[in-house]
Design a protein around this ligand. Sequence first.
Ligand SMILES: Nc1ncnc2c1ncn2[C@@H]1O[C@H](COP(=O)(O)OP(=O)(O)OP(=O)(O)O)[C@@H](O)[C@H]1O
Length: 525
Amino acid sequence: MPGSTAASSSLSDPGGLDTATARIAAGAPLLRVRGAGKSFAGTAALTGVDLDLRAGEMLALVGANGAGKSTLVKIICGAVMPDAGTLEVGGRTVHLRTVADALAAGIAVAHQQVAIIRQLTGAENIMLGREPLHGGLIDRRALTAAAQELADRFDVRIDLSCECDTLSLGELKILDILKALATTPRILILDEPTASLTLAETQRLFAFLADLKQRGIGILFISHHMNEVFAQCDRVVVLKDGRKVHDGDLADTTLPAVVRLMVGRTIEETDWTSHAVIGKSDDDVISIRGLRIGRLGVPDLTVRRGEVVGVAGVLGAGQTELLECLAGAARPVDPGQVRLADLGRLPRNVADAVDHGIYLVADDRLRKAIFRGLSVEENILAGSLAQISRHGFVQGRTAMASVRTIIERLRVKCSGPHQEVLQLSGGNQQKVIFGRWLARIGSGATPPVLLLDNPTEGVDVGSKAELYALISDLARQGAAILIASAEFSELITLCDRVYCITHSRTAVCVPRTELSEDRLLLEVN
Ligand SMILES: Nc1ncnc2c1ncn2[C@@H]1O[C@H](COP(=O)(O)OP(=O)(O)OP(=O)(O)O)[C@@H](O)[C@H]1O
């Protein structure tokens, strides 16, 4: 059973290359990038970038949205051909023309957007392309055992026999990382791996990465979570507008200094913690009683105008389903008694919700929110076409003025309103989704109900502070906001209170004065 032997031996030693790595450690870096450059349609995304990754280190790659991080990652993993520059792996020049070339060179990547086939099971995804064979056929038992062994090492409690379509985005992220690890890489690239993970999963991931470092694997870690970068990484490379502006040990720098290099200005601590406590009325805009969604009995909760209320839970606890249900995008098991905006019930569908001023910023933007193939302008205006049309025709000038305002206000980095949205970096796509509802809110009279599901996923620290200020402003103007976030610090910054949901017991509501990461972690487990 050659296939299964290979799989099990590699999984018992995910480093798998201790001797080779030790040899490399003595000399050249594991990965050396020199002069990497890439332009898209004449616009430079990356210019002359050098980077060294050593065996057994975790190197952070940081930069504002659109700085060029993902482009560099795609070059290193053979997904994008550079216009300029060279790559060396273990002291040898390589020419990576495909992702398979990179895998053969020992480079594995878990991208910002998960590469999971949703019709396959978790085990099948993890072992994709490395299926153990028996008599020329896939040995299912060996495949399941190999995937489970890897999951156990990482303490992953996801049911690997389920089709991935039923899993949450955070769970899919974990599977994607396991899939990369199953290739026994010596260079592991993680592009925003913790973006939709909660604190507990994040802590488990870092424990596992520490183990991989011990085995001599080099890890390139891309993140907008600066606290994680400073707590976990050894060195940092900062990109700004496609160029490297800093490369050094993290011990020799500070968090504010790195942020200043990234976004070109200081982000004040107050930007993160200022919270609107004015503007509240006694008017319940969201009122939920006895609602059941899947396995989740939703806690009885209310949100008044001017309030920002949070929902916290472990991965897959039902936060996403709750918000989608309130936005008309999913049906409950039992509708209970729900009052939403001026509706005495749940919306019938998304159009019904939008008609009544209920707007969802969905998680998993590529699947649920972005209109692929359409421009930035079209994506922004998709929620407010009726408002900017007269006699069935879009008012071109009004529309363009609205789009330009949104682009400027949210600092969307794009070549212009007509650029295709998929050509934008991940964080900028997220801002466009936000902008869609801002455009709609701008043309309406009644304050909206905003349902935000991981709304700042992939957004850089500077833009995040701006989005927080915007959310607080909207609340101050009377919006009722319900937000679910895997980032507890986000809930602590924004919320008046947070409902912590679990499947096993009644939800606990934590008031603002008692909010802390430790408390939320305790309540959701
Ligand atoms: N296929 C493409 N066509 C045109 N422009 C592109 C393409 N891919 C990337 N770009 C541009 O290259 C620049 C760098 O994008 P990249 O995705 O590398 O940024 P990033 O640092 O990863 O950002 P984020 O933090 O938002 O993920 C952006 O301005 C982006 O619009």
